[in-house]
Structures are given as C-alpha cells and as structure tokens.
Design a protein around this ligand. Structure first.
Ligand SMILES: O=P(O)(O)OC[C@H]1O[C@H](OP(=O)(O)OP(=O)(O)O)[C@H](O)[C@@H]1O
Ligand SMILES: Nc1ncnc2[nH]cnc12
Length: 174
C-alpha cells in the first residue's frame, strides 16, 4: 500500500493566487486511501477517554462520522450559518481565504462532556479555534483535535498551543 501522503494531490493557486490547495478528494476517491486515512486518524485517539466527536461542515463530516461510528460515540455537526433548524450558538471567524460563520445546536454539547474535534485539515487554525469557543461556551472540554493534514507554515498549532492537537500528514509550508 502507498503511504498516505501519496494520495494527496496539491493544486497551486486554488482557490486564489498563493494558496496551495491540498485536495482531500484525491484521497477519498481511492478505496485504499480512504481506508488508510480513517485508520491513521483513528489511531491518534487510541487510549483516549472521551464522549463525543465534533466535526465541521463539510470536510470534517467525511472523517468525523466514520471515526465516531467506529468508536461508538455520538457525532455533532458544526454547520455553516443558517442550516441548523433549532436554537443555535454561532461565531464568525477568518479563514486562509475569506471569512465564515458557523453554528452548533445549543443543546449539542452538555456541560462536562469531553470532546474530540475532527477535521480534514488545519491551516490558520481559525476554524478550529471558533469550534473550540462554541464547545467551551456550552461547557464542553476539548480533549483532543485531530486532522488528516496540517499546514505547519500557517501556524495553526501555535494558535491552539493550549490544546492537544495531532495530525497524520504535516506539510512544512502552506
Ligand atoms: O485552519 P483554517 O484556516 O480555519 O482552515 C481549515 C478549514 O478550511 C477548510 O474548510 P472550508 O471552510 O474551506 O469548508 P469546506 O470543508 O466546506 O470546504 C478545511 O476543511 C478546514 O475546516
Ligand atoms: N491550503 C488548503 N488546502 C485545502 N483546504 C484548505 N482549507 C484552508 N486552506 C486549505
């Protein structure tokens, strides 16, 4: 089997000049790549006691749900603004390119619950920082944050230095 890094196709200048887009679809469209990605991410949670997996729309859903299912945990989606039907908590944040607003249902995390956040990629860390604020605002504790890919040059890890963060593939730049 190929190493996981070889399944990722990198596209320069997408969606704008200067960004190197690390395309997760190239991993997903290969049966071995998909299997390996989920297994390697899940390994990062071995021995960890926690209550719930939280993942952001849309690429966080792809990895968060199978990991939650395999470990028999609930999955709580973080959605882009205006999609959730019940009472929400929301927050605005900045991305590597542009700004966004995300929401969670207000009753989705109970005080004291230990949360694992799962996403495909950390760039600036803005998305994860926003999710952490929502989770902690509801009284949850963030036990760990895991990614398939980390763009180390964008310093998301430093931004989230108070949290236990792990990734499968690290790119030194962006
Ligand atoms: O560390 P950051 O700078 O916050 O960037 C990383 C986030 O950006 C991407 O999602 P995006 O908001 O593009 O949404 P998508 O998954 O729907 O494509 C990616 O899936 C992460 O969630
Ligand atoms: N460089 C990048 N590649 C893929 N997804 C991203 N999300 C934010 N930055 C990204």
């Amino acid at each position: 089997m190929k190493p996981i890094e070889e399944y990722v196709v990198s596209i320069p200048d997408f969606p704008e000049q200067g960004v190197i887009f690390r395309d997760v679809t190239s991993v997903l469209q290969d049966a071995e790549g998909l299997h390996l990605a989920i297994d390697l991410m899940q390994e990062k949670l071995e021995g960890l006691d926690f209550d719930v997996v939280v993942g952001p729309e849309s690429r966080g859903f792809i990895f968060g749900v199978p990991i939650a299912y395999n470990l028999r945990k609930p999955f709580v989606p973080v959605r882009k603004k205006g999609k959730l039907p019940r009472e929400t908590v929301s927050i605005e944040y900045e991305l590597e390119y542009g700004t966004a607003s995300i929401e969670m249902h207000r009753d989705s995390i109970k005080p004291g619950q230990r949360v694992v956040i799962v996403d495909d990629l950390i760039a600036t860390g803005g998305t994860t920082e926003a999710i952490i604020k929502l989770v902690e605002g509801m009284g949850g504790e963030v036990s760990k944050v895991i990614f398939l890919m980390e763009l180390a040059g964008l310093k998301g890890r430093q931004r989230l230095k108070d949290y236990d963060l792990d990734s499968v593939i690290t790119y030194p730049g962006n």
